[in-house]
Design a binder for this molecule. Structure first.
Ligand code: G3P
Length: 218
């Protein structure tokens, strides 16, 4: 399963990328707004694309199809790594078809059901982003939706990649992998929680103490 970092923070992106932990980046307007300051979204996306050799999702903010297509073209012109993110609305799917016809990759976001995901795949989405945590928040089972999407896509041999999003903890990541998500996007805090285990820390501490007691170098 590919791992993407869900942030527009270049320091976090650099750290995870240099450690070889990530395959790409996802952003959304809220994440951009957090880091933008006086910088233009274009410059932020360009810096991210120069840093990471993988897909970088950049979201449109228009709500009409024509506006989404025009913004999508501008975003795709920034760098070849850009994947244009559109919302799962009727206009979003119209825009998805047009962008795909122009060979621009599209990530259809704000997906909350397998039937929505089916429509996005038929519109030519490269990625579908089901929001696991936000489904859990309203009393649904987010992972169950990811599993249903997997079943539908496999049944009809649809090539859209399932990008599990809104993941809030390592268990969401494990469960996404177990039900066959192609990618998972995680905020930095969740990414580093995947690495940590108290037994790893304790084991390392005792190995180092034993070696120090031996008093020799390598
Ligand atoms: O970027 C989309 C998604 O991952 C947002 O997650 O935590 O705001 O529901 P969250």
């Amino acid at each position: 399963m590919k791992i993407f970092l869900d942030t527009a923070d270049l320091n976090e992106i650099r750290r995870a990328n240099e450690a070889g932990l990530i395959d790409g980046i996802t952003t959304n307007p809220s994440l951009l707004a957090k880091v933008a300051g006086d910088r233009s979204p274009r410059d932020i996306f360009l810096d991210i694309c120069r840093e990471v050799d993988g897909p970088v999702s950049a979201e449109v903010v228009a709500i009409d199809a024509e506006g989404m297509v025009s913004e999508g073209r501008k975003l795709a012109d920034i760098h070849e790594n850009i994947v244009v993110k559109v919302p799962l609305t009727e206009n979003g799917l119209r825009a998805c078809r047009t962008l795909r016809a122009n060979e621009i990759r599209v990530n259809v976001t704000l997906c909350f059901s397998a039937v929505q995901a089916l429509l996005a795949a038929k519109a030519g989405a490269s990625y579908i982003s089901p929001f696991v945590g936000r489904l859990d928040d309203v009393g649904h089972d987010g992972i169950e939706i990811v599993s249903e999407i997997r079943e539908v896509y496999d049944e009809y041999e649809l090539e859209t990649e399932i990008l599990a999003a809104s993941l809030r903890h390592p268990k969401h990541v494990l469960e996404s992998a177990l039900v066959g998500a192609d990618c998972a996007t995680l905020p930095p805090g969740v990414l580093y929680k995947l690495l940590r285990h108290p037994l790893t820390d304790a084991g390392l501490e005792s190995f180092l103490a034993d070696w120090k007691a031996l008093g020799k170098g390598l």
